[in-house]
Design a protein. Structure first.
Ligand code: FAD
Ligand code: ZN
Length: 226
């Protein structure tokens, strides 16, 4: 299809279930003719901390460090660190961003959160009056694909898993103007049978076959909290 996909992947072990989900996505999307780039965050030893090392050269205000202001100013003068510039280039080129990770404390792993904190800089991903539908990363899609420790039944009892998606999908992606596809959740791969695991992997591969026909979700409070 000629589409460009960036998969931001946060698992330490290639043999993990997340590793298998990544492999399937790369294979299936490549087979479709997409060009696929993977940011394998642990393998890259991606720096998750938002520090002044992210700014090359002089600071805008060395007296009192403000990360948001400094990265915004650095972005405008081309003074962000090399690793951030590289990730921003991948984001800029992508039609679709897939985030593949295991759920950690009802959230994404710190290394992936650090990617969000550091890559989605003001001026690049959003700006003063350019947020949500006006965000700067227009005409892009995102998809959160993750695994859990808890079973589907447990999540049904504890409350809708959509609550967890509000900060990630709405607070980050929608804020930056990126449209959101239905999340892909593989519940409790450690607890289910080998057969069920194979089924979950097949389901992911099947979904990817018709992914480009999907409509984004209506990313409003109703989707999450109704
Ligand atoms: P793995 O253990 O790698 O995989 C499960 C099984 O699948 C393994 O036996 C593996 O060999 C097998 N497998 C891999 N590939 C294939 C294949 N191709 N075919 C068949 N089998 C295969 N869970 C929650 O629900 N909520 C939380 O808030 C939460 N917080 C956490 C916080 C921390 C700090 C940690 C460490 C875990 C937390 N968890 C939580 C659990 C976590 O989400 C799960 O452990 C994780 O999602 C499981 O995914 P995995 O890829 O690591 O599984
Ligand atoms: Zn939204």
């Amino acid at each position: 299809s000629g589409k460009k996909v960036l998969i931001v992947y946060a698992h330490q072990e290639p043999k993990s279930f997340n590793g298998s989900l990544l492999k399937i996505a790369v294979e299936e999307l490549t087979k479709q003719g997409c060009s696929v780039t993977v940011s394998d965050l642990y393998a890259m030893q991606f720096e998750p901390r938002a520090t002044r090392n992210d700014i090359v050269g002089r600071l805008h205000n060395p007296e009192a460090f403000n990360y948001g202001v400094e990265t915004w100013e650095a972005y405008k003068r081309g003074g962000l660190s090399k690793d951030l510039v590289e990730e921003q280039k991948k984001v800029q080129e992508a039609d679709l961003l897939i985030f593949q990770f295991p759920l950690f404390w009802f959230n994404m792993p710190a290394i992936l959160k650090g990617w969000m904190d550091r890559v989605l800089v003001q001026g690049f991903a959003y700006d003063l009056s350019k947020a949500y539908d006006g965000g700067l990363l227009q005409d892009k899609l995102s998809l959160f694909s993750f695994t859990t420790g808890g079973t589907k039944e447990k999540y049904a009892i504890r409350g809708d898993i959509r609550y967890l998606l509000w900060p990630m999908q709405h607070g980050i992606m929608h804020f930056c103007g990126v449209k959101v596809l239905e999340p892909h959740i593989c519940y409790a791969p450690e607890k289910v049978s080998e057969e069920k695991r194979k089924e979950m992997l097949t389901a992911w591969s099947q979904r990817l076959k018709t992914l480009w026909k999907e409509e984004p979700i209506d990313c409003s409070p109703e989707w999450y909290f109704k």
